[in-house]
Design a protein around this ligand. Sequence first.
Ligand SMILES: [Zn+2]
Ligand SMILES: [Zn+2]
Length: 87
Amino acid sequence: MKYGEQYGDEGLWEGSLYVFDDRMGVKFSDKAQDIGVCIHCGARTSNYENCALASCNDLVLICEDCKQDGAKMYHTALCRQTATTGV
Ligand SMILES: [Zn+2]
Ligand SMILES: [Zn+2]
């Protein structure tokens, strides 16, 4: 497993990994309550970002990888479209 490398936050992951291993992610422990899923690629993350569209500004889960892609800082295609077309 390379979760530490991939997500860069091993400490945060330690508690939840056991849960996923033992119960296949069906049930979450208290420790794992802040672990969510990236809205773009489905990777597990606890990294919240505000949608890049100011008028939306939704707090959404975006993993560290997707965060590198400016277009993915919009939480939906509609938000991105709104920002680029100005509608
Ligand atoms: Zn992602
Ligand atoms: Zn949005």
